[in-house]
Design a protein around this ligand. Structure first.
Ligand SMILES: NC(=O)C1=CN([C@@H]2O[C@H](COP(=O)(O)OP(=O)(O)OC[C@H]3O[C@@H](n4cnc5c(N)ncnc54)[C@H](O)[C@@H]3O)[C@@H](O)[C@H]2O)C=CC1
Ligand SMILES: O=C(O)CCC(=O)C(=O)O
Length: 487
């Protein structure tokens, strides 16, 4: 069965679909057409959350006793169901947050691959033998789960992010209470159906939907939640981290970026333009890894700008469900207004608008939260559009005279998530790898697009300095025990 509009979704607690105690729901709207109700989603209260945490706490006792291989089998099953339902999940995602269907399908298949990757992790080693100074003793490390893990997820990757947090949490023996962004509950609920269909034991994974200020903050403060993993804004992340720290819980935060791409004078310009457009404007710029500062060596500034602008003009805006659309709307009206206010600020602070800058004139797009792909030049490092995360399709062009100056400018940011350089010079590549303060440094590749088997996370204000994904995930989702055994 394909995706159906206007269904009512519930919380998923202890293996059952349950309404919010208040009985209240709210509509989830399609940002490509505000008149389309994608579904009705629960507006839960703290009592509902308490039920979910209690279920996860009870389930943790038996889940942690299963072998990694047994837990892995559930993840393999969930991957198979998600793969079978990928079109339905992707359609829900496109209708709920606006990214194009091919991107949504790609993300869903990435979710499948993440589940399979972590299913395999259940069979891998979890410790080391360390020589003891006592020749009669055996000393080794082992790892234990944290217990109940709270997952607070954003709307921009409604399948991949919840799965890249949930799958490692589960495989290492934790149980999970997932709070998705309220904008993408329908998508999260369908993913949850996949886990249910896979036969995951009751209480191991619970879904609880409601306002971040109510459910998210109560999850971060809950005394029975042993670890919190968060992706979202810097402001909220800091609060979540402080709440977890205050009660001694483990936390992990992935937050914003202000990611630079450097275009060196010797760059392959076609490749650089393609990577800048894809990195900056795909998903309507709503990625924490999106390119936003484009730092260009002056010798090729005009040539690069001309090629970039001519390709930006070609971008087709439209409903992500239509085959011809390259860029969908912003995910919500609030997000659209944020982007428009940054565009206004850019002009007020003296940057020069080269392309876009407003909502499109096309009457067919009038009911959606669309904004044109936007390019500024004359952007200086102190300006808001060069410093703050916009989370929209806005590129800031900044000329420099050398690679050294480019790297200094690229580092002039409170964030340090992802950065890339387009160059053919090995020396420039090596300087960039050595001197760029970012968790992801990419050569001749766009800033966005992370690989699930590699560590992901940022420096400076972009993260809590921990890493997600790949084998790095074990560091957050387990605690090390050092064991000393003597007969
Ligand atoms: N790093 C990333 O991937 C993301 C960054 N952002 C940034 O954040 C800006 C605002 O987007 P929002 O959706 O409003 O992000 P947000 O940080 O408010 O939301 C992220 C998650 O946190 C929850 N939340 C909200 N308030 C909370 C609180 N007081 N305590 C605990 N959890 C809470 C939300 O319900 C959602 O599940 C964007 O413009 C963008 O700059 C947003 C989403 C993802
Ligand atoms: O670039 C990607 O694939 C991941 C981006 C991401 O993690 C985010 O926007 O939150």
């Amino acid at each position: 069965m394909g995706f159906q509009l206007e269904q009512t979704y519930n919380n998923f607690i202890n293996g059952e679909w349950v309404k919010a105690g208040s009985g209240q729901t709210e509509p989830s709207l399609n940002p490509a057409n505000r008149n389309e109700i994608v579904g009705y989603v629960p507006a839960s209260g703290v009592e509902d959350l308490n039920h979910a945490v209690a279920a996860a706490k009870t389930a943790a006792k038996t889940w942690r006793r299963l072998t990694g291989a047994e837990r892995g089998n559930y993840l393999f099953q969930a991957a198979n169901v998600l793969e079978r339902r990928a079109d339905e999940v992707a359609e829900a995602m496109t209708r709920e947050m606006g990214k194009t269907f091919p991107e949504a399908k790609g993300e869903t298949m990435r979710g499948v691959a993440i589940l399979r990757y972590y299913a395999g992790e259940g069979m891998r080693k979890t410790g080391d033998v360390i020589p003891s100074t006592d020749s009669e003793a055996l000393m080794f490390t082992t790892r234990v789960p944290l217990g109940v893990v709270g997952v607070i997820a954003p709307w921009n990757f409604p399948v991949a992010i919840p799965i890249w947090k949930t799958a490692p949490a589960l495989i290492y023996g934790n149980t999970v209470v997932l709070k998705p962004a309220q904008e993408t509950v329908v998508t999260a609920a369908i993913v949850m159906e996949c886990f249910k269909e896979a036969g995951l034991p009751a209480g191991v994974l619970n879904l609880i939907c409601g306002k971040g200020s109510v459910i998210g903050s109560a999850l971060a403060e809950h005394p029975d939640v042993n670890g919190i993993t968060f992706t979202g804004s810097n402001e909220v992340g800091k609060r979540v981290g402080a709440a977890a720290l205050a009660r001694g819980a483990k936390y992990q935060l992935e937050m914003g970026g202000k990611n630079p791409v450097i275009i060196a004078a010797d760059a392959n310009l076609d490749l650089a333009v393609e990577g800048t457009i894809s990195g900056g404007l795909k998903s309507t710029g709503q990625k924490c890894t999106a390119t936003s500062r484009v730092i260009i060596e002056r010798k090729i500034y005009d040539a690069f700008k001309e090629k970039l602008l001519s390709q930006v003009q070609e971008i087709r805006l439209g409903d992500g469900m239509s085959a011809g659309s390259w860029m969908g709307p912003c995910a919500s009206e609030g997000q659209l207004n944020t982007v428009l206010s940054y565009i206004q600020k850019g002009q007020d602070e003296g940057a020069v608008l080269l392309a876009g800058g407003k909502r499109p004139n096309n009457p067919e797009l009038a009911e959606g939260f669309y904004v044109e792909p936007t390019v500024f030049e004359g952007v200086e490092s102190h300006m808001s559009i060069a410093r703050e995360e916009i989370f929209g399709p806005v590129l800031a062009l900044m000329p420099v005279d050398s690679i050294e100056e480019a790297i200094t400018l690229a580092n002039d940011s409170d964030y340090g998530l992802s950065a890339s350089i387009y160059t053919q010079n090995v020396g420039s590549m090596l300087s960039f790898i050595r001197d760029m303060d970012a968790g992801l440094v990419r050569i001749n590749a766009e800033t966005a697009g992370v690989e699930l088997q590699a560590p992901f996370g940022g420096m400076k204000m972009s993260s809590s300095h921990s890493r997600e994904q790949g084998q790095a995930a074990i560091e957050f989702f387990t605690a090390i025990k050092t064991v000393f055994v003597k007969s």
